[in-house]
Design a protein around this ligand. Structure first.
Ligand code: GAL
Length: 408
């Protein structure tokens, strides 16, 4: 009898595991609503499957990625996990042979015709296609509140030189010119400033190894960054990206350079209307350029519920999944057949820019450099923050690029 009971319990547990799909991401709390809507849609479409939504909180996945690494390397993969497309996905997990090729799913679902070829390139190697993109985010955006700018008698600067001119005038009114948060947001700011200082061709050449980080042109970008940092809040290290955004919304700071998940936060969580509640402009000096990053989910080899994970991937890549997730997330769709009517005014303008702008990749969110470079670049930012020595920071970045094989 007892034995029978044990067998029944074990069978029940196996069944439960077969019905549960564990997905791993950093979309918790304020960042959670879009993922939660996606899960709800998935469970409605797949009544026999339940998502175990495992999140490790922290912007840009800085903490989540460390936890994931321990699990993946320790042989305990989730069924599917969030990873940025580009180098982060390929150089961390694909070259380590930890992912399953998803070409079959792209073929079954006709995705080779609806995802842009450039995006497919970023998730592919000659051996296969390795994840399903769920969004396209823009990194180089400057946010503000239009009514506040009017009150202070300023407008969104088109260049960093213009910003540096208005910086003291903003400070004189008791307002912080630029809201900044923890280290990864400094890196996020750096990529927009480097793009402005170098222009898109030289910015791209940093990632192919053709332009050194300590070339005089690159040093000039670090110098510009240094000047801009003098216009930021001194307590940045203790703030999350949402708290830095709150400073802008509350009128304590004039501007914030952040990816357009900030639009998702202001629209979905704070209930602000694009255009009136918040305004936006390309980060200074980057008009006509769209710095791209994209979140995706893949299928790790050894996923406990491989079949369930495939259904999850099938759903998140579908038109229904895309248009459920992105309007809430503050991202544009990675698919070309999306219904723009479902997207707010900010997202419609981002979609238009994405179609017409020159595209470059983000460093802070995994598109252009491997994860070793990206995570250790935090120390390069610390050198700049602590010493204000642009040349030393540039030398450190170049040493790091050589150590981690940027451009190889
Ligand atoms: C990025 C990610 C976005 C958003 C942001 C803030 O790396 O791609 O979707 O989550 O971090 O945490």
């Amino acid at each position: 009898m007892r034995r029978l009971l044990a067998i029944l319990i074990a069978a029940g547990m196996t069944l439960a595991a077969a019905n549960t799909v564990e997905i791993f991401s950093w979309w918790a709390g304020d960042e959670g609503p879009a993922l939660e809507a996606l899960i709800e849609g998935f469970e409605a479409a797949n009544p026999d499957l339940t998502i175990d939504n495992v999140t490790v909180t922290g912007g840009a996945g800085v903490v989540a990625k460390a936890v994931l690494k321990t699990r993946m390397l320790g042989g305990d993969p989730p069924d599917s996990f969030q990873a940025h497309i580009g180098k982060e996905l390929i150089d961390t997990w694909v070259i380590a042979d930890r992912m399953e090729d998803l070409t079959f799913l792209f073929e079954e679902e006709g995705w080779l015709d609806v995802f842009p070829p450039d995006l497919i390139d970023l998730i592919s190697t000659s051996e296969g296609i390795w994840s399903v993109p769920v969004n396209i985010h823009r990194s180089n955006v400057m946010w503000y509140v239009p009514a506040k700018l009017e009150e202070w008698g300023i407008s969104a600067p088109e260049t960093w030189e213009e910003f540096l001119v208005v910086c003291p005038a903003i400070q004189a009114q008791g307002v912080t010119p630029l809201a900044l948060a923890e280290n990864w947001t400094v890196q996020h700011l750096w990529e927009s400033i480097a793009l402005a200082a170098l222009g898109p061709d030289d910015y791209d050449r940093l990632w192919t190894g053709e332009l050194a980080f300590n070339d005089p042109k690159s040093v000039a970008a670090f110098e510009l960054m240094n000047d801009v940092l003098a216009c930021a809040n001194a307590d940045a290290a203790g703030l999350s990206w949402q708290q830095a955004t709150d400073r802008v919304v509350d009128g304590e700071a004039a501007f914030n350079v952040m990816g357009d998940w900030a639009a998702g936060y202001m629209f979905t969580t704070l209930g602000l209307e694009p255009g009136t509640g918040f305004g936006w402009a390309p980060a200074p000096g980057t008009d006509g350029i769209f710095m791209v990053l994209s979140d995706s989910f893949g299928l790790p080899l050894g996923a406990p519920n491989r079949e369930g994970a495939i259904e999850w991937l099938r759903y998140i890549g579908s038109l229904e999944g895309t248009d459920t997730f992105n309007p809430i997330k503050g991202a544009i769709a990675p698919r070309t057949d999306t219904d723009l009517g479902k997207y707010n005014a900010y997202l419609q303008s981002a979609a238009a820019d994405f179609a017409s702008d020159r595209q470059v990749g983000s460093l802070a969110h995994g598109t252009v450099a491997n994860e070793n470079f990206m995570s250790t670049f935090a120390q390069v930012m610390e050198i700049l923050l602590d010493t204000g020595n642009a040349q030393a920071a540039a030398n450190a970045a170049q040493a790091l690029a050589l150590q981690t094989g940027v451009g190889r």
